[in-house]
Design a protein around this ligand. Structure first.
Ligand SMILES: [Cu+2]
Length: 654
């Protein structure tokens, strides 16, 4: 029982002491170091190489199936490596079991993700460049140590001199004093273009001077003189501990089981998700996101950033704090990732696991007998939070007692700001404080779901509801009905939501039926969809093509992992979802990947500054004909004895 974790560990480093490792457990520190050593010892590579990503090469579905037959799965890693003074990326497969590189491909035009270690280096070279210093001087800024330079990805706009570059395009702000919120003081109009590998500024654009808003708007407690009276404590008490059992990276809770993974790019990944031992999803992750900004002004048109593909949510994941980020009885998983230069980057308490009350799950009062049945629901929550520059992205996966899987993204942090003439914000922005505006933008997310509803062999059905048009069948004008259409091939399965028909999609297993004889299924209801305003042929539109639909379905291919393509820095738009579906593979009764695009349409509010309350978007996978009846019907009745009447002496003392 030493490997089983029922509650928050007393000490960090949980993952390091759990043995044996599940085949889908992320690489640990020792394995990451081993991959680096294998590459550096290989005569074809050597010690000069830098590491973009090192991650588990996840076993195939067939290899995982063999685990249950008692066979060990060899551990393999994917490694993307590059050189500091040459273009291209080497994409390697490394066998940890045999300690050799088993596959190697050189991609001459691919560029690495912008690495965490490069953020401050980019700021340093920009702040030291004479053209940038001169541009700051034109704005009466002489203390360059107070200038903050954010390294945005540069996109691919065909600008002369930028061809083929591994570039960053920067935006700048002014910090007035220590710890002060510099996003209140945009230095408008200056953008530096940096060749990241060369560590050189290749150009400084100056679109003209705009006064810097100098009023302070801080969010740190140290800058506040007063706070509103605190509410009374609200404690989550679980006197017997939480109900989940964590065995390394495998978790069981109520009638659920799954394996928790993690990598530098996607962050959290969930595997082999089952309810009542019946598979639903082989692998679930947030595979890409893009944040297009809607203004053509100055250098802001370049803001179309792929936070997962160009930076990596995993690498930017926070170390969470008990009692602040996470409330209740918490279990944490640490993660280990690679640094660019060949070390291990450890994130303590990166993944939070806990339970939450979920209100009532079901209730009925029989008014004739005056008998009431009610069951409270609870949910398991698996979460992590990443900081990408000014924004925080908090990812929450929920599992409920009625068989539902829900993903919720909470976006918080600080809006990207620019300066404007007070009272005269741009057509494309909102003035959030005098002389300070936030441009309209969107946060588009793409979930990648390897479906396995009740086992292999799935199809996707589109459901639409229509009013009955035949008056003979609809004499009272009330009739409406739902149709179901199988999406038979990849081209046909690129679909958009349609509120006029209450459209949703259902992943069914035509080989398994419920007690009404219908195929079992899980429905995906598109609750938070976006309209993309990027012109399809435009520089950002080409690279963000996955935004054009809310649903894509592809035949399972473990190498088709990212809807925008694998190498997003300065990408051309190739290698993503539109290429995946170009062969129009058949989708009926086969191994499927569902890609769901959803997001936040964000016209900033004054309330979003100086720090934005969480705004949320997500989706639900809900059983639909999967169970023969309410899956929460077997919950035992119970009364929470810790609940009290408000106003009673025990709750209102003092
Ligand atoms: Cu936003």
């Amino acid at each position: 029982m030493d490997d089983l974790i029922h509650a928050a560990p007393a000490t960090p480093g949980l993952s390091a002491r759990v043995k044996p490792r599940h085949p889908l457990s992320p690489l640990d520190a020792g394995e990451i170091r081993a991959v680096m050593a294998i590459i550096r010892d290989d005569a074809a590579f050597g010690p000069g190489f830098l590491f973009e990503t090192i991650e588990l090469k996840e076993p195939t579905h067939d290899a995982l199936a063999a685990v249950t037959a008692g066979h060990a799965v060899p551990r393999e890693a994917r490694a993307n490596i590059f050189l500091g003074d040459k273009p291209g990326i080497w994409r390697l497969t490394v066998s940890l079991s045999d300690r050799v590189i088993t596959a190697s491909a050189f991609l001459a035009t691919a560029k690495p993700m912008i690495q965490l270690e490069q953020f401050l280096a980019i700021e340093g070279v920009v702040r030291a460049h004479p053209d940038f210093i001169a541009a700051c001087a034109r704005r009466c800024i002489t203390d360059m140590s107070m200038v903050c330079v954010d390294p945005w990805s540069a996109g691919n706009f065909g600008v002369p001199g930028e061809e083929g570059g591994y570039l960053s395009h920067t935006f700048s702000w002014l910090r007035l004093r220590r710890d002060e919120n510099f996003y209140a003081h945009p230095i408008e109009g200056i953008n530096a273009v940096v060749d990241i590998k060369a560590g050189k500024v290749i150009r400084v654009d100056d679109y003209g001077v705009m006064p810097i808003p100098m009023a302070e708007f801080n969010y740190e407690a140290q800058f506040r003189e007063s706070f509103r009276p605190s509410l009374k404590p609200l404690d989550i008490i679980q006197p017997e501990g939480p109900s989940f059992v964590l065995d390394g990276h495998a978790i069981t809770w109520d009638n659920w089981s799954l394996v928790i993974g993690f990598n530098a790019r996607e962050g959290l990944t969930l595997h082999d998700i089952r309810v009542d031992h019946r598979p639903i999803v082989n692998r679930a992750s947030l595979a890409e996101m893009v944040v297009p900004y809607g203004t053509p002004e100055g250098g802001h048109f370049r803001k179309n950033v792929f936070d997962i593909g160009e930076y990596g949510l995993g690498k930017l994941t926070n170390s969470l704090e008990l009692g602040c980020d996470c409330l209740g009885h918490i279990a944490y998983l640490d993660v280990d990732l690679n640094t660019m230069t060949g070390d291990v980057f450890h994130i303590d308490k990166a993944i939070c696991i806990h339970e939450e009350d979920d209100g009532i799950l079901w209730k009925h009062w029989d008014f004739r007998t005056e008998r009431t049945e009610v069951r409270r629901g609870r949910k398991l929550v698996i979460s992590s939070i990443a900081t990408v520059g000014n924004y925080e992205y908090a990812s929450y996966w929920y599992f409920t007692q009625d068989g539902m899987i829900e993903f919720e993204m909470k976006a918080t942090g600080i809006i990207n700001t620019s300066a404007c003439v007070p009272g005269q914000p741009s057509k494309y922005g909102t003035e959030v404080a005098p002389g300070l505006q936030g441009h309209i933008h969107q946060h588009a997310f793409c979930a990648r779901l390897e479906m396995a509803v009740d086992g292999p062999g799935n199809s996707v059905v589109e459901c639409n509801t229509f009013a009955e048009e035949d008056d003979a069948k609809n004499p009272y004008g009330n009739a409406f009905y739902q149709t179901e259409t199988v999406l038979e091939s990849e081209q046909a399965a690129g679909r958009r939501a349609n509120p006029q028909t209450q459209r949703f999609w259902k992943v069914i297993n035509p080989n398994k039926t419920n007690h009404t004889g219908k195929p079992v299924g899980y429905k995906l209801y598109p609750e938070h969809v976006l309209t993309s305003y990027l012109k399809p042929g435009s520089p950002s539109g080409i690279r963000s093509a996955f935004m054009t639909n809310h649903l894509w379905v592809t035949k399972y291919d473990p190498e088709e992992r990212y809807p925008g393509g694998e190498f997003m820095n300065h990408s051309t738009g190739a290698g993503g979802i539109t290429d995946f579906i170009s062969h129009d593979r058949k989708l009926v009764n086969t191994d499927l990947v569902v890609w769901h695009v959803f997001g936040l349409h964000h016209q900033p509010r004054t309330e979003d500054f100086p720090v934005q309350p969480c705004i949320k978007a997500g989706f639900k996978l809900m059983p639909s004909g999967f169970f023969d009846q309410n899956p929460g019907i077997d919950l035992a009745p119970g009364v929470n004895k810790a609940s009290k009447l408000a106003g009673s002496s025990s709750c209102c003392a003092g």
